[in-house]
Design a protein around this ligand. Structure first.
Ligand SMILES: C[S@@+](CC[C@H](N)C(=O)[O-])C[C@H]1O[C@@H](n2cnc3c(N)ncnc32)[C@H](O)[C@@H]1O
Ligand SMILES: [Zn+2]
Length: 364
């Protein structure tokens, strides 16, 4: 058994129980989200492993009034109990399968952090909210190769959507995950509002608010659609249905979906998270601060971005213009244009394709 430290929390791990130090930023970001929600919360950490996630949420946020940690593995629960006690937390830790626990526990905030896809657990997740009008769901997906790759059959099977393996595949994958959550929520008469959604390293993450109302459930479903992409010229579009032909060169378009075309984040919520991040001394504070700024810029932007290198390669440009110059040209032409957390060489803009091409100085 080894003693470790993560952002000020001392805890033990063991070789039999999962712990990935590379997920520290994910845990910090989610803990900021717990704090930014502000309301008193009963938190259920349904795939707790060592318990570190729930322990951090409870230790770092005064609004966590109760923590229940659940894991199917008794060695994980023994460790989670030990770690909660060592951190002076009165948390309960229970050996259970999430599908069984869903009928026994209520949650205001539920953490779903399984190995791979969260898909089979989404129905279970919404059962934890059966007695709630409003609740919060935090979901991690590590099946990035399925959501963000060319594994169409696997994605159709798990998410009932077609993925697309191109330069903005991570955004597409995140939006496919949100679509599956919105559909499951709707079956429970709940509508969703993503508070923060992001792609980092080998995972996709979203924390969202779910509110019970048939109208809100239907409103969420109205935000589903498709993204289309022309691999001949780089034109892209989004809408309820895929576009068959490219709006620029008339070639056949590829498409992804159905997926979530609504907002990925709530800009006010991100501001609250930024303020909390400034006040905390997380090891990943600077990286988190930059990501939160980029995410705020993504509000109101299309459901895709432009990878500047990919565009220049496609158009056989000899040199790649500087990001800041492209952004400045787009803004000067009257368009909104921002960086995106999805890629250091990505631009989100409301400009039409022709204006983006002008901004990278491509001459047809
Ligand atoms: C990826 S780890 C969780 C990591 C943890 N949340 C963290 O941040 O360190 C997944 C955990 O889920 C547990 N698990 C797998 N299937 C489960 C199920 N059906 N119900 C509850 N726990 C399950 C595994 O035993 C494992 O400890
Ligand atoms: Zn085209």
């Amino acid at each position: 058994m080894d003693d470790l430290e993560e952002d000020g929390i001392i805890f033990s791990t063991s070789k039999d129980v999962f712990y990935n130090p590379a997920m520290r930023l994910c845990r910090s970001m989610s803990s900021l989200a717990v704090g930014a929600i502000g309301e008193k919360l009963e938190v259920v950490d349904a795939f707790c492993a060592s318990g570190i996630r729930g322990i951090r949420y409870a230790k770092e946020n005064k609004n966590v009034k109760k923590l229940t940690s659940i894991d199917i593995d008794k060695r994980a629960i023994a460790l989670a109990k030990k770690n909660a006690k060592a951190n002076k937390l009165k948390a309960s830790a229970v050996i259970s399968n999430i599908s069984r626990a869903a009928f026994e526990y209520d949650a205001d905030f539920l953490e779903i952090d399984p190995f791979g896809t969260p898909s089979p657990y989404l129905v279970d997740a919404f059962r934890f909210f059966n007695t709630k009008k409003t609740a919060y769901l935090s979901v991690t997906a590590t099946d990035v190769a399925v959501l963000c790759g060319g594994k169409t059959a696997a994605c159709m099977k798990n998410y009932h959507s077609k993925p697309m393996n191109n330069e903005f595949t991570h955004e597409t994958g995140l939006r496919i995950m949100l679509k599956k959550i919105a559909e499951t929520a709707a079956e429970f008469n709940m509508g969703i509002t993503p508070l923060i959604s992001f792609s980092d390293k080998h995972y996709l993450k979203s924390v969202l608010m779910a509110r019970r109302s048939a109208d809100l459930a239907y409103d969420s479903l109205k935000q589903l659609g498709h993204v289309s992409f022309c691999d001949k010229c780089g034109f892209r579009s989004s809408g309820r249905f895929p576009d068959a032909r490219c709006g620029n060169c008339s070639s056949a378009m590829d498409f992804a979906g159905p997926l979530w075309l609504g907002e990925l984040h709530d800009a006010k919520f991100l501001k609250k998270m930024s303020a909390l991040n400034t006040a905390r001394k997380y090891a990943d504070r600077d990286e988190i601060a930059d990501m939160l700024v980029d995410m705020q810029g993504e509000a109101g932007m299309p459901a895709y971005f432009y990878n500047v290198h990919a565009l220049c390669k496609l158009q056989q440009l000899k040199s790649v213009p500087k990001m800041d110059d492209i952004l400045a040209r787009l803004r000067k032409a009257g368009h909104k244009a921002v960086r995106t957390h999805f890629s250091p060489i990505g631009i989100k803009t409301d400009a039409p394709y022709s204006a983006v091409m002008e901004a990278i100085e491509w001459k047809s």
